[in-house]
Design a protein around this ligand. Sequence first.
Ligand code: DI6
Ligand code: FE
Length: 396
Amino acid sequence: MLLTNLKAATMTDGYGLIEDAAVLVEDGRIAWAGPRLDAPAGEATDCQGMLLTPGLIDCHTHLVHGGSRAHEFEQRLTGISYAEISRAGGGIAATVRATRSQSEADLAASACKRLDALLAEGVTTIEIKSGYGLDRDTEMKMLRVARELSQWRPVDVVTSYLGAHALPPEFKDDRQAYLDLVCNVVMPAVAETGLADAVDAFCEGIAFSVPETRRVFETAKSLGLPVKLHAEQLSNLGGSALAASFGALSVDHIEYLDQAGVDAIAASGTVAVLLPGAFYYLRETQVPPVAALRQAGVPIAVATDLNPGTSPVHSLLTTMNMACVLFGLTPEEALRGVTVNAARALGLSDRGVIAPGKKADLVLWDVARPGDLAYPLGFNPLAAVIHNGELVRGLL
Ligand code: DI6
Ligand code: FE
């Protein structure tokens, strides 16, 4: 497939824009990309001057889960706090109950509907976490469903085991015993069966402490699994520096990250994943330290955090816009955040840019300039999607 008459945002450096470009796709890979005048000969597909970008990557989601928390959204709007709802047995615990009670088929069906919303906006790789099962069988069920989604839809799925998300009710008086279960039973089972590509944890006053997170990370390391962390979302505990000391792929949220934390993740090459959907739904006011991250040269990614509690956000384009409006990212940073830097946050070096040898995951957009992608709200200019070198959406 030789695509011509297009603008290519290759994302190799900044937008890496080639105004009048051609891209050759062979065997699921990009074989050649450059100015049309230099293109190899062959039968060409005219892309009518549209913009080609790498396939979008949503590098942080909780896509697989049971139930809905719409009633909690209503409660919060009457002034009841997230913490009060949680103490009354709602919050994460409510989703854990719903997820435990659902069959694999039902979980897959609801996840597919959410996934379809993301795919309609050009997502070709998605990360999906467990963390709403907390017991061994439900965590493994969630991860199996996540993996299975790539059989039903044209998307690559990367999974993370998030056992240290919340303390399940049956362990409410014994944190130590729950961490024993995570480290001695569930994580080894997940590693053994190859169900997780990485291990995640929630390091926060309402979740797990820095020493508890360290124990989870040490176990992950002993099992050969890379780590990432929900860190500094509601307070500054120093989880990001801990994650950096384990060479974490990413630290996510990080509204309360301080300069020492920025320096630590800069030194370890850890990606900063910004999640403006959760910031928006929680009406948070502390913005992540974007200027300090830029200054330190930390790669910044952007993701939906799609989850039923704090970020029921099913649009990566909207999330890019939020990252610009709420956090002050440039549209270029937002697009890098869902392509090249999102790939890096998942430890994937084979995608996220348009360059020879990379995976042919590509999106064609009916826009004049790459800055148009993060600009509107509620408008989807997608024209076509290529996944693994195959046209999977739209017409060419
Ligand atoms: N951070 C969050 O904001 C969500 N999980 C996490 O680790 C909350 C998820 C929920 O409320 O269901
Ligand atoms: Fe999350």
